[in-house]
Design a protein around this ligand. Structure first.
Ligand SMILES: *Cc1c(COP(=O)(O)O)cnc(C)c1O
Length: 378
């Protein structure tokens, strides 16, 4: 028996067991599957594209994709490197690259297969036509994206018939015509409806599949559902609407928790944190929590941004530091070092926090940095 080897093995095991700080993003894959099932019910006539760009909105693209691969038809990412991550992890469903190729060479990438390029500029159509002509085995397909009023990406909608004729070599019955709505989540629906109408007026003249809706449109606009829907934020359990209405009873997938590592009582008039920007209006109990802007919690979060502790909401006070936050916990009946503080998640909707910070749930989720371990349940 090699005792030295045994010792090292045990020692390594022990080291792995040591939990340093308890700042963790818990990703509930059961909630993810439940949300997807509800959304699929809502969109029962359409195939589902699960949008897993930006590391699945911070939830972990590979784990998210594995959890729902059997249910969905296609995954979507923003650019090639994100698609590679999925291919390398063994995901075999097609991956739609929403920005299309960034260069002609990307079309010839050897390390991926089963890609679908969303082509939005004429140079990409030309490049794809060349690619198709020059290779015998086509490992990738192309969809076409049209600009119906968002004016960010897309081929001019008025040129749709001409472009289909000019690039007929890359079009077949599976070529999807897509567009993206600028205001699907806004309270006033006129702009989104006009975009849908303008797009359908042209796209329905040809007999090809259609893809319009993101999460918000897939819930709100029957006419936008088409052959495919692109589901992102709603799958992750955050309401896509500005009003935070949640007509589909979505469950939060990410819960971001940390822990109180310091507690003190300060006198009325004393200040907390860098810049002494917040002063106590009464004798106050201040809890210091081990998460900061280096973890992706926004530095510009103002005093009074809520967190959850011991069943109550507690207000942020003073500036956000790199590694720490300070909260006023004077109103809590009992509080101790080691208590869990939830920044957002199953106890506190991410959109409520986002409202205080002047941002949206999407940004909070996607910004949680690699320093925060993701723990998966389900
Ligand atoms: C990110 C993205 C989506 C997903 O949007 P959600 O609002 O998260 O559902 C859909 N389509 C395109 C083109 C996108 O870039």
């Amino acid at each position: 028996m090699n005792y030295i080897a045994l010792f090292h093995r045990l020692n390594n095991k022990l080291k792995r067991c040591i939990v340093s700080r308890r700042t963790i993003a818990t990703i509930n894959l059961n909630a993810l599957r439940d949300n997807l099932a509800l959304l699929m019910d809502y969109n029962s006539g359409s195939k589902v594209i699960a949008v897993v760009k930006a590391d699945a909105y911070g939830n972990g693209a590979v784990n998210v994709a594995r959890a729902i691969e059997a249910e969905v038809d296609i995954f979507a990412v923003a650019f090639l490197a994100e698609a590679k991550t999925l291919c390398e992890a063994g995901i075999s469903k097609p991956v739609l690259v929403l920005q299309g190729p960034h260069s002609q060479q990307e079309l010839y990438d050897e390390s991926t297969s089963n890609l679908i390029w969303m082509l939005h500029s004429e140079w990409q159509l030309e490049a794809f036509a060349k690619y198709k002509q020059s290779t015998v085995v086509h490992k990738s397909a192309a969809w076409l994206k049209f600009d119906s009023g968002m004016h960010r990406l897309g081929l001019p909608i008025a040129q749709l018939p001409d472009l289909l004729a000019k690039y007929s070599s890359i079009i077949d019955e599976n070529t999807v015509l897509a567009t993206h709505l600028a205001n699907a989540d806004e309270p006033i629906q006129d702009h989104a409806k006009a975009q849908i109408d303008d797009f359908l007026a042209v796209a329905l003249m040809v007999n090809l599949p259609i893809c319009i809706a993101n999460s918000a449109a897939s819930i709100r606009f029957d006419q936008a559902r088409g052959d495919y829907v692109r589901l992102g934020i709603a799958m992750y359990g955050s309401s896509p609407f500005q009003s935070h209405d949640n007509p589909v009873a979505l469950k939060p997938v990410m819960s971001l928790d940390s822990q109180i590592i310091g507690l003190r009582t300060i006198e009325k008039g004393e200040a907390v944190g860098y810049g002494s920007t917040w002063r106590a209006a009464r004798e106050s109990v201040i809890a210091t929590v081990s998460i900061g802007y280096a973890d992706g919690y926004p530095r510009h979060a103002p005093t009074s941004t809520p967190a959850w502790c011991e069943g109550q909401l507690i207000p942020l006070v003073g500036r956000v530091s790199m590694d720490m936050l300070t909260f006023d916990v004077t109103n809590l009946s009992s509080v101790a070092i080691g208590d869990v503080v939830q920044l957002w998640g199953d106890k506190l909707p991410i959109n409520d926090v986002a409202d205080h910070i002047g941002t949206i749930g999407y940004e909070l989720m996607t910004r949680i940095s690699a320093r925060v371990p993701r723990k998966y349940i389900g």
